[in-house]
Design a protein around this ligand. Sequence first.
Ligand code: 1CP
Length: 366
Amino acid sequence: LIFLDHIPKDFPKLKNDAFLRACHGQETNHVPVWCMRQAGRYLPEFREFRAGKDFFETCRSPAACCELTLQPLRRFPFDAAIIFSDILVIPQAMGMDVQMVAGKGPTFPEPLKEPEDLLLLQPKVDVNKELGYVFKAITLTRHKLDGKVPLIGFTGAPWTLMAYMIEGGGSTTHSKAKRWLYRHPEASHKLLKMLTDVIVVYLLGQVAAGAQALQVFESHAGCLGPVEFQEFSLPYLRDIARKVKDQLKESGQDVPMIVFAKDGHYGLEDLSQSHYEVVGLDWTIDPRSARERTGGKVSLQGNMDPCALYAPKERISEIVKKMLEGFGTRGYIANLGHGLYPDMDPENVGAFVEAVHTHSRHLNLK
Ligand code: 1CP
């Protein structure tokens, strides 16, 4: 991993470390907050900037990714930025064609159908060459952030990426991908292992480029049951964290990692013992029970129902207050239970951020 030796050291000094402190369970004046999909179509400036441009072309432009990452921070006092990119850049790097089709979402014209199709994937991915544009976007954005808040890098988890590569796009049942788990378990493990290898190098590259925290999105945990999760998701999530941390330790770095397994409530105990500092939660989990089940071993992130942002501002404030009381203000990062939707009102996003800051400061004074 040659690129770890080339860490740019001249980044501006970090001014707001609340998010990083909360990841490590340390005290903060206020509870840090950010939103999944904070760079997105709910912002008019995002829609304007993206208009007429191909989605993955945008992802390949470091300047565009930097601009889109910074947009939400100009509006709201978020405590972290997340690099604008997509989880599906990894299947692309492995040789698959992925297009963003308006009104339909990501689409693979030639998804994997049978185990033989694994032979069509790049066996040895040159991550620097294929995904270097993400690293450049991270370095540029870290500089342009000027130390305002930390920059989060991310990846899709192996099972979630496998599901897209076989389904060919979004799906409600994920039956094509799950068919592999039951009919082709060996080929499934082979693919999950290939993905894991690329992901580890990709995350290390993001850190070398300037990412200050890493989130792993297992967005499709919910279509697995506890048994399939144990076999096809959890071991790879653990492998990723362990391998990334081992490498970082060697180079004397400490970068907190967040695992977000959406609808994976059955795996909460295991996820809290998987080498991640933070476990992200969707809105189906009660804050107090999440604390009990994770036994204070990790920090927690989440988990307001994104749809609560359709409520009037006063109601949002009440919901946030309850959420903060449930989680407590230590070892906690406020977020939504999933991403923002395009029809959400930016004003209410502002109300959410303000409610987190105000209520948590009050709770800390008590
Ligand atoms: O044209 C557009 O703007 C399309 C909307 C969009 C955006 C803004 C897509 C298409 N991707 C993104 C950016 C993105 N994707 C980010 C940017 C940083 C931020 O959060 O602000 C991130 C972190 C992602 C990650 C991502 N992409 C996930 C994991 C998170 C999650 O939502 O569970 C997933 C599943 C994807 C795939 C994807 N990309 C885009 C869409 C619409 C989807 C979901 C498709 C589906 O399953 O139906």
